[in-house]
Design a protein around this ligand. Sequence first.
Ligand code: URA
Length: 247
Amino acid sequence: MTVRDSLAAHLEFFQEMGVDGMRTEHEWRSRRENVERVLGDESPVSSPEEGAAVEPVQIFSSPAEALSAIRTDLGDCTRCKLHTLGRKQIVFGVGNPAADLMFVGEAPGADEDIQGEPFVGRAGQLLTKIIEAMGLRREDVYIANLIKCRPPQNRNPEPDEMAQCEPFLFRQIDVIKPKVIVALGKFAAQALLRTTDPITRLRGREYQYRDAILMPTYHPAYLLRTPSAKREVWEDMKRVSAILKGK
Ligand code: URA
């Protein structure tokens, strides 16, 4: 068996096991270059004719470990201007790393920025009540935001901030592999669905998203301002519960 065959067999094995992703950062690329150097020209790790470079894979023993690697990659992030605009800390995500249900919000507010946990302020307390009304606990689900740093004065996230930050959310989703994702509000729903449709049009429908069902609904902060919309959100959550129960 050639080195290439053996590498291909390994990669196939990892894929079948559901290994969560590959490392593409600089330090891992240099490791690959080292491998190529060690193997020399006669057994290249990748060849331009095949068009597919073989990246080294990192194997994680649990979703928690894979999430922790994403957090490490995020580091003390300076990828967008929010790090210069008063954020206290990065708010990564909280909950069960293997949750069936994941909630995705917009960005941390003042309380989340202080506590380092998503949805802990007034809107968060309402979200917690909604989760409990579904017969679940906060610890059963996973909660994250599209943007991991607080925008100043809670302004809307800007396109460059979303572009820099959303890959980390996508990686979180790919690790957690929830059955259902609830996108809370316009920004999360539009970013995940790659659409500019308004939330009023997006909510009340189910979308296939990666391997999950995506259910856009109104943001809890909107419910604080518009309590009459709670009824629609509850309809959405009843549907989410039914999907989780396989109905
Ligand atoms: N609003 C959000 O979208 N996310 C939070 O974490 C808090 C408030």
